[in-house]
Write a protein that binds this ligand. Structure first.
Ligand SMILES: Nc1ncnc2c1ncn2[C@@H]1O[C@H](COP(=O)(O)OP(=O)(O)OP(=O)(O)O)[C@@H](O)[C@H]1O
Ligand SMILES: Nc1nc2c(ncn2[C@@H]2O[C@H](COP(=O)(O)O)[C@@H](O)[C@H]2O)c(=O)[nH]1
Length: 187
């Protein structure tokens, strides 16, 4: 069986990565599988363990680091996030095109380890719109939101490290552009 490809979908918090990803997963020809990350962040209302994330405490996360169990991991605004590597490997071997929806430090680690990965950076139409989106989601308190927005300014400066940069004007347009990038890559 042909091995799948690794796809990194990165971009600042609140830009719409998760929303665009949901749209992409409706396109069956892309043969996508989602890598569920591990995090020490507390679940938001509606988030499910083993679906949105594996929610763990810091000791469990640190144990996973000690076992060399992550493809990449990073600290993001007071919480740890990482990609469990065994599952990614399994899905790639099953021929799936595996999507990592991760922040910039982790993305740079994967680019180093897997230079052939397809890397896509999603940017907002403007910083004002990014703030509107992250505020509109109502998942973070004011101080965390400010930290995420400050980080976003720095993250966007790394966009040229990615093979593709896509503006998330509308979910449909961004998903369509990313789907085409993936199709061009796999076909
Ligand atoms: N193109 C768009 N136009 C308007 N609103 C959007 C668009 N894309 C996403 N949104 C909204 O912006 C908010 C943030 O989106 P989402 O949670 O998908 O971002 P994210 O990049 O995955 O964030 P995080 O990295 O923090 O998980 C959501 O309320 C979502 O509905
Ligand atoms: N480096 C990694 N970043 C990850 C991973 N899983 C998610 N993320 C990114 O963290 C921020 C914050 O996420 P949130 O769910 O708290 O809003 C966001 O940019 C995610 O894409 C991971 O495994 N590694």
């Amino acid at each position: 069986m042909k091995r799948g490809i690794l796809i990194i979908l990165s971009g600042p918090s609140g830009v719409g990565k998760g929303t665009v990803r949901e749209q992409l997963f409706k396109m069956n020809d892309l043969n996508l599988a989602y890598s569920i990350s591990m995090t020490t962040r507390k679940p938001r209302p509606g988030e499910k363990n083993g679906v949105d994330y594996f929610f763990v405490d810091q000791a469990t996360f640190d144990q996973k680091i000690a076992e060399d169990g992550f493809l990449e991991y990073a600290q993001f605004v007071s919480n740890s996030y990482g990609t469990p590597k065994d599952k990614v490997e399994e899905m790639l071997n099953e021929g799936k095109n595996v999507v990592l929806e991760i922040e910039v430090q982790g993305a740079l680690q994967v680019m180093h380890k897997v230079p052939e990965a397809l890397t896509i950076f999603l940017v907002p139409p403007s910083m004002e719109e990014l703030e509107r989106r992250i505020r509109g989601r109502r998942t973070e308190d004011e101080s965390v939101m400010r930290e995420r927005l400050a980080k976003a300014e720095r993250e966007i400066k790394t966009k040229d490290s990615y093979k593709h940069v896509v503006v998330n004007n509308t979910v449909e347009q961004a998903a369509k552009e990313i789907a085409q990038i993936i199709r061009d890559h796999i076909n």
